[in-house]
Structures are given as structure tokens and as C-alpha cells.
Design a protein around this ligand. Structure first.
Ligand code: F6R
Length: 247
């Protein structure tokens, strides 16, 4: 595992965007696994800036998003499809047909999840998976649990995650209680993983994830077993790891 330290959020975003742009330049047909949440917004902004300068071409890239809330349609401002459109897809040249996000409105969630895993397999798997880190150690919506959920599934969101995500909604009661998420196996099968982490609030869970025991109670801890993980984090997020002399 490589841990790359950035001074602040902007630095973290630039370094992570550099890694994604290297991937796209070297392998224009890359399958990129993408994440939502507040942390990757700066990464997307940086990629858009370089695209506008003519340094990046996404015309042959395919994307696969980690997750989507159940019950929110693509035009709901808090749906992840809407987030991806407004924060990234509307500003770069990824063909619409190459974009994949779970359908939160699917009637048959079991079929939707199985189809999603099949689609990832047909694409040949994910070349580079971007991840954020949840306050409770979740990745995608794989919440702390008694065991690792393997494949794409309907997840029940933990109260802590609902609380954390309520900042995006007018009324906390509007936060969906379920989501469709790629499973731990789907994430771990990505050839490369890039996790971005920012802020002092993540310092403790980042240390547990990278240096604590590998346990489904801290889902991100499974990343310790992946052969090609890069964590780009700012000084605040790495403060506890640094003060304990782990880097
Ligand atoms: C989003 C996702 C989540 C977030 C996590 C951190 O697609 O999969 O796991 O990465 O909740 O969110 P932020 O970045 O808002 O702290």
C-alpha cells in the first residue's frame, strides 16, 4: 500500500487527479470505478480543468459507480446519478453509453444487483477504483457488519451514515434508508484502488482502516489485503497515523 500525503484538500485532490489522469492517458479504454460524497469533488474539478485545457480525453473511458440510493430517480438532486452528472459527466466527454450507475428505482433489486455485477464482468473488470472513506469505515455503502458483503447488494444504511449524509438533504427524514452498492468482492477485484481521505474527522478511522485488524467491523480494513492500493490523504487525515509513528 502506498500512502501519499498532501498538505490540504486541494493538494489531495490534485494528487489523486494526477493518478487518474495518468491512468486515462496510458490506458484510454480504462474502466474507472467512481465514488460520490464530498471528498472526491475536488478530484472531479481538477480532472475537468485538465480536460478543458485539452490534456485529457475521456471518449473511450467507461465508468462504473459504486452506489446509488434506493428510491431516488436520476433527477433527484441528491441521487448519485445527479451528483455525477453535475460534478463530472456534464463537463467531460464520456459517452453516455459508457456510464454505469446502479438504478435506485429498479423494482427488482436482486435482478438489478446481479445485472450490475454481470455488466462489470463484461467490461473486463475495473481498472482503477476511486474510493472515499465513511466515518464508520464504510466503502461504497458496505457498512460495518458481521461479515463482508461480497457482491452488489441492497444495503441497509447505518444510523451514523444516515446522519452524516443528512447534511445534503433539507430534512433528515428524507435520507434514504437503503442503497444499492457494489460489494467488497467487486471493489477488491479492481486492478488498482485509489482512496481519498481528508480532514481531522477521518484521522481515527483512517488509522483503524490502514493499520488496525482486518475486520468486517471496519470494512475499509480489507484494503490492506489488496495488492495495489494508493491512499491520498491530507495532513489532517493522516495526523493520527503520523503521531503514532506509523508513517
Ligand atoms: C459514495 C460512497 C461513500 C463515501 C463515504 C465518504 O459513493 O461510496 O462510501 O465515499 O461515505 O463520504 P464523504 O466523502 O462525503 O465523507
Amino acid at each position: 500500500m502506498k500512502i501519499i500525503e498532501a498538505v490540504d484538500y486541494k493538494g489531495m485532490s490534485r494528487k489523486a487527479a494526477n493518478i487518474i489522469s495518468a491512468q486515462v492517458i496510458l490506458y484510454p479504454r480504462s474502466v474507472l470505478g467512481l465514488a460520490t460524497g464530498s471528498t472526491p469533488i475536488g478530484v472531479y474539478q481538477q480532472l475537468i480543468e485538465w480536460y478543458n485545457k485539452g490534456d485529457l480525453d475521456f471518449s473511450r473511458v467507461c465508468t462504473v459507480n459504486l452506489d446509488e440510493y434506493c428510491g431516488l430517480g436520476p433527477d433527484h438532486p441528491q441521487s448519485y446519478r445527479y451528483y455525477m452528472r453535475t460534478n463530472f459527466f456534464d463537463h467531460v466527454n464520456i459517452p453516455e453509453k459508457n456510464i454505469h450507475i446502479p438504478n435506485g428505482l429498479a423494482q427488482d433489486k436482486t435482478a438489478e444487483c446481479a445485472d450490475y455485477d454481470r455488466m462489470i464482468a463484461v467490461l473486463g473488470g475495473i481498472d482503477l477504483q476511486l474510493l472515499g472513506l465513511g466515518n464508520d469505515g464504510h466503502i461504497g455503502f458496505n457498512e460495518p457488519n458481521g461479515s463482508f458483503n461480497k457482491t452488489t447488494h441492497r444495503a441497509v444504511l447505518k444510523e451514523e451514515t444516515i446522519q452524516a449524509n443528512s447534511r445534503f438533504f433539507n430534512d433528515p427524514n428524507e435520507v434514504p434508508k437503503y442503497a444499492i452498492t457494489m460489494g467488497i468482492k467487486s471493489i477488491m477485484q479492481a486492478k488498482k484502488i485509489l482512496m481519498v481521505v481528508s480532514g481531522a474527522g477521518k484521522a481515527d478511522i483512517l488509522e483503524k482502516s490502514l493499520f488496525g485488524p482486518v475486520t468486517p467491523l471496519v470494512p475499509a480494513s480489507i484494503l490492506q489485503l489488496h495488492p495495489d492500493v494508493t491512499v491520498v490523504a491530507d495532513e489532517e487525515a493522516l495526523s493520527q497515523i503520523r503521531s503514532h509513528g506509523l508513517i
